[in-house]
Design a protein around this ligand. Sequence first.
Ligand code: ZN
Ligand code: ZN
Ligand code: FE
Length: 748
Amino acid sequence: MENSFQILVKGLVQGVGFRPFIYKVATSFSLRGTVENRNDGVKIILQGDSNSLKDFLDILNTQSPPASHITSVKVDTIQHDVFYDFRILKSRNVSDEITMVSPDIGVCNDCLTDMIVQEPRINYPFTNCTNCGPRFTIIEQLPYDRPNTTMQKFEMCSFCKNEYEDVQNRRFHAQPVACKNCGPHYTLHHEEGEINDQEDIITRMSSFLSEGKIIAVKGLGGFFLACDATNAEAVGRLRSIKKREGKPFAVMFADINAVRKYASVSISEENALRSWKRPIVLVKSKGKLAHDVSMDFPTIGAMLPYMPFHYLLFDNIEIDALVLTSGNLSDEPILIHNNVALETFLPICDAVLTYNRKIQNRVDDSLLQLVLGKEMLLRRSRGFVPAPIILDLNVDGIMAVGAELVNCFCMGKSNQAILSQHIGDLKNLETYEFFSESISRYKKLFRIEPELVVADMHPEYLSTKYAIETNLPILQVQHHHAHIVSVMAEHKLDEKVIGIAFDGVGYGDDGKIWGGEFLVCNIDSYKRETFFDYQAMPGGDQATMNPWRMAISYLYGVYGRKLLDLKLPFMKEVDPNTLEMVIQMMEKKINCPLTSSAGRLFDAVAALTGLCTRSTFHAEAPMRLESLINEDITESYAYSLKETIVLKPMIKEIVYDLQNSIPVSTISAKFHNTIIQITLEVSEKLRKKIALNKVVLSGGTFQNKYILQRMLTELAARNFEVYINEKVPCNDGGIALGQLAIAAKRKL
Ligand code: ZN
Ligand code: ZN
Ligand code: FE
């Protein structure tokens, strides 16, 4: 027996080159012992002098592999049989706890070099190592070992096996290790047949893309549709294939220089683009791509190559910008199965590129924007999922099912919130299946058996109905309270705050539709302090799809039927009979639910100004309104603060501006400034009344960068401490985290 140190490391430490790293460090200090992957983390036993142990811990804490993330290191002194060397032990199931499953990691520079110099990996498009490659997309169950992944059917050749077993090698225990001789390969399907030779595939793809053709390409987490982003005809055709009228397409650029050629990028945007997570980053367009890529929006959703194949492709074509949009038709989830993709895309695209490794878990590309230099996630998927968010709360055994339109669910394991990838709109049948299937998978993968389920208060949400059908004890929470708490959970705030939720629509506890709310709340309860005056939503969901209806509603609130005399230009776009019907609906109060929604208010102003009378995709109207702001305008409109926030004076002034041909860019700026002004004034009032200094902002409206940046700056200038969503989306994709935290607190 000898005095030994037992070290338990928790965090994202599996599948990220952690054990080989430990091996290298331990042997460099002549420490003896073992390292082992366990379900609850990585266990290390060390024998040697205590100075070496100290050095070891220093390096462990400061130089661990790039994609790893340590959340805790626990050191105990134990007695153990004498070791004569240092070894990496085989994984075995140890306890019911889990360690983190790594998200997928963009290909590393060492592997890119190997693709130039290391046969049998020269030009091999599935090259990876312990520092990079697929992870979550291929894992079936824990622990993370090759037989538990979709690499199981590929038997390693002797070359790969030698690397896999060599502790000094960068591919030591790299589960998806592969080469030309033993790993997966691509197949290009086109109308004349199939191509299997990997180099021919690249050549043919290059000529197809240069000719303006559209190719469905299998990525890490699903299929994508690709075409030359500078070819107007190709992009136009892609738009008709996707049946996606106005929603911008993401673009993959050959490298950072290509990004700079087409967009203005800040240092922090470049850093986000280059990170191993390889998200789509919203950047400012220079207007040099085909118009139909971003339509009339001034931004580009940009990303850099992350699979070896992307690099091979860009090396072989003149094109430096490719549209790479999700491979789905309208609202369905992105396709992941080769046979379905072939059936769907071969008849409508020019070719389909598949490979023969199964995608186990579907993930879209993640999307983020930089706000005052900080990353703010708008869609959390590839590269981020399923890394948990560590909370200051015990959320064990709780499952939160999220909202409906932009669904994402969340499961609790001790103090970790495991958020699902972006699921989508549950009203779509295939998406709903993806939702329920993913819940089963997460339960199995992370060994979670929920004892409590938490859902939105909305009785008609399909997620709420799903939660009821589980027959588990259920807790229903208010939508905007959950939005605010999602921020509080992220920032570990457990106190009373001013919560400002500007959002689309959410069910309120008076049965009306909320969405422009000032709350005073803590994690488990809230009080609604004030809100935007209720306004009719003629036709309910019809009003969401047709912003002109909200414009008419706001005008009706001020002018009644006399609104017709205003003869505002946008009214010409509306059928007179339908317009008359909408007015009658409001007069008779038929199918006119009341809403305080900020989203609907933005819709109304976008329609009033003629920018967007009908919406072709979610949040189009507010996006169009934001895209036109003249940032030099500092004025705002009138409003009055009573028990609620009265906006009639603003509507009157907007009408006056429209009648006096004031440019829309000015009106848009004045409107945005008014919303900011209201927020500042109400926050000051609440601070005076309740002595609170912390302000939390959440809800879909805060995807609006102009509003968010100015509010952050102005609130900070008035000495408020302001918190926003960073790790989870401020839209409904982040709501499950708030639901989970509320339930954990109320359970106590
Ligand atoms: Zn690598
Ligand atoms: Zn091999
Ligand atoms: Fe919402």
